[in-house]
Write a new protein. Structure first.
Length: 271
């Protein structure tokens, strides 16, 4: 069977490394490739796939457009307004799903078992929506978004506010106060200046969704008395859920994580 990750750009993706490691660990004769596909070509590419195709992982800028390509959309994909997963049968897309949301929940819970009553998300885009919803799944009844352009975060606010728990959601400028037990950063490392890092200093859990460059200023500030959840944690957990959806087998999380760590170490060593 064949699977792939689609996006543009795509050369940097770790998904092939993770999924191939899973196949190898379970002795599956499957393939997983990275294909550069832009928004305008997505529907045509998916429609042209043969019966040997089983699943597609989708990264930016394809996640929102993918929702329209399958007859069934999962509740979590509908809630986030984005699909990072397409399940195929006989070469046709049958399900649009989102594993970013439960992957984020699993990533936090792997490292932190304490209460989450409120949280702050730095950023206002699609990743902010999925991680903000994850905070709600973890128990947050209040989510604060700090965005560089608050006026452009309306869709993200609406997505989080639609969570079944009906949380209180507010959006403020990036220089506003950070509150709650968890702070999630979806902003570039360049936006993490000393003042932003200082405002996060008292938050018990820092969730940095990026894995490159690493560490970001925010990640580097986390000492042994606090919890750090990294971008690789998120990537591995969402990939594990995709792997299980595609193959029907229990994913070898340890093998997939080790492959991701090894590849990142290789990339950093070679500059």
């Amino acid at each position: 069977m064949r699977c792939a990750v689609l996006g543009d750009p795509i050369a940097h993706s770790l998904s092939p490394v993770l999924h191939r490691a899973g196949y190898a660990a379970l002795g599956l004769d499957w393939t997983y490739d990275a294909l550069r596909v832009g928004e305008d070509a997505l529907a045509e590419v998916v429609a042209g796939l043969g019966a040997e195709w089983r699943g597609l992982s989708l990264t930016m800028p394809l996640k929102r457009r993918a929702l329209a390509l399958a007859p069934t959309v999962s509740d979590r994909a509908r809630l986030t307004g984005a699909a990072n997963t397409l399940l195929l049968e006989g070469g046709s897309a049958v399900l649009a799903d989102n594993t970013d949301l439960p992957g984020a929940v699993a990533a936090v819970r792997e490292r932190y078992d304490g209460p989450v009553r409120a949280g702050t998300v730095l950023g206002g885009g699609a990743t902010a929506a999925s991680t903000g919803l994850a905070l709600c799944d973890l128990g947050a009844t209040s989510v604060r978004l700090l965005a560089r352009a608050p006026e452009r975060a309306a869709d993200t606010v609406a997505a989080i506010a639609a969570h079944p728990s009906r949380p209180r959601v507010e959006v403020l400028p990036l220089d506003a106060e950070v509150v709650g037990e968890v702070v999630v950063s979806t902003v570039p490392a360049a936006a993490q200046d000393e003042r932003l890092v200082a405002r996060c200093a008292d938050v018990p859990v820092v969730f940095e969704v990026r894995y490159e460059p690493w560490p970001t200023p925010l990640a580097a500030s986390v000492g042994s008395d606090r919890v750090l959840v990294g971008g690789l944690d998120l990537l591995v957990h969402q990939a594990v859920l995709q792997f299980e959806l595609f193959t029907g087998a229990v994913a070898p999380l340890a093998a997939m994580r080790a492959a991701g760590e090894s590849e990142l170490a290789r990339r950093r060593a070679t500059g």
